[in-house]
Design a protein around this ligand. Structure first.
Ligand SMILES: [Mn+2]
Length: 342
């Protein structure tokens, strides 16, 4: 771990114009990561531009107070200019460039040195010049914090990170662990403790990210769990689908279905929960698992995706109405194959 951090430190020292990028459909960890990195880099005199493929959900808007972030979908030209002018490109919270959607080609072709800091399984080693990867980290925010604490910029003192960087990094820690309930590492609590000691108000962050939903979102959640969730008891799976029709009916906004996939997983008979959301041209897939079930392998083999051992995502290219049957058949086959391999 020491050597990559030394190289990272040298790259930051040597380069002035830096872009910071995270993934399509950014979540709390993505936005926390890019904003945390931005505030830190600016505090040491760097010029940097955070870039995202598309806009952030409302629940994390408190991390951004103006137009600090460039969005590809809103300002393609500026994004291209920033990418080609940048000496150093820091990629955060994704393991392969395709996670940046339409930006993939431009990032691949950009001349700047590419650094990846991430906690997903199997990073694409070809695409980056330096990789700091730790799948055991709860969040990319945790890995960034840990990395920065080991550099000479902070000398291990949390107060050497600006207040805004600390709030941003705390947000990714809280959202990716689902408020300290999953993917915990012992360092998760060291980081939380350091941030609390430094005066970061965790209650404020949870009020912002978890308690500002619309009435329609709660009604949609009730509707989906009561009307669309199917539990396949024998194979210990649950499938929930969100159609475009329901999105329109409940005035759906991006980010509204965040966390829904976790609800069926709380059922005793369920080891894997699949949440399927009808999008333009594809079905967005989210998978969560417990009791040794590998959501990552399941996503890899049947849903064109991957992620973490117990939290993964992917895409399907079939009509939304065919999803429950596809889910059931895939799960049966997957369990059969996993058993055969034991
Ligand atoms: Mn993450």
């Amino acid at each position: 771990m020491r050597e990559p951090i030394e190289i990272f430190e040298r790259l930051i020292t040597e380069n002035k114009d830096i872009t910071i990028i995270s993934h399509f459909n950014p979540d709390g960890d993505a936005v926390g990561s890019i904003m945390g990195m931005k505030w830190f880099l600016e505090s040491i005199g760097k010029k940097c531009i955070p870039i995202l493929p598309n806009p952030i959900p409302k629940t994390i808007d408190f991390l951004v107070n103006g137009n600090e972030i460039l969005y590809y979908t809103l300002d393609r030209l500026k994004v291209s200019q920033a990418l080609s002018a940048s000496e150093l490109i820091i990629c955060l919270d994704f393991n392969k460039l395709s996670r940046t959607e339409w930006m993939e080609k431009e990032i691949r072709e950009a001349k700047g040195t590419k650094v990846l800091i991430d906690h997903h399984l199997s990073p694409d080693t070809e695409a980056f010049d330096l990789i700091i990867s730790e799948p055991g980290s709860s969040s990319t925010c945790e890995l960034i914090f840990k990395t920065l604490m080991e550099t000479s910029f902070t000398k291990g003192d949390v107060l050497n990170l600006p207040h805004k960087a600390r709030i941003s990094l705390a947000t990714g820690l809280i959202t990716d662990t689902n408020n300290f309930s999953n993917s915990l590492s012992s360092y998760t609590f060291i980081m939380a403790s350091e941030l609390l000691k430094s005066g970061i108000d965790f209650n404020y962050i949870t009020d912002m990210v978890q308690k500002r939903f619309s009435q329609e979102r709660i009604r949609l959640m009730g509707h989906l769990m009561s009307e669309t969730m199917i539990v396949y008891k024998e194979i210990r799976g649950a499938c929930t689908i969100l159609t475009k029709q329901d999105k329109a009916r409940y005035s759906f906004r991006d980010g509204d279905s965040e966390g829904f996939v976790n609800i069926p997983l709380t059922i005793e008979d369920v080891d894997v929960s699949g949440f399927f959301s009808e999008s333009d041209g594809f079905v967005k897939v989210s998978l969560r698992s417990k009791n040794q079930f590998s959501a990552n392998r399941f996503a890899n083999q049947y849903f064109n995706g991957g992620g973490h051992e117990k939290a993964a995502g992917g895409r399907l290219f079939i009509p939304i109405g065919e999803v429950p049957e596809y889910f059931q058949k895939s799960l049966e086959q997957f369990l059969h194959n996993e058993k055969a391999q034991q």
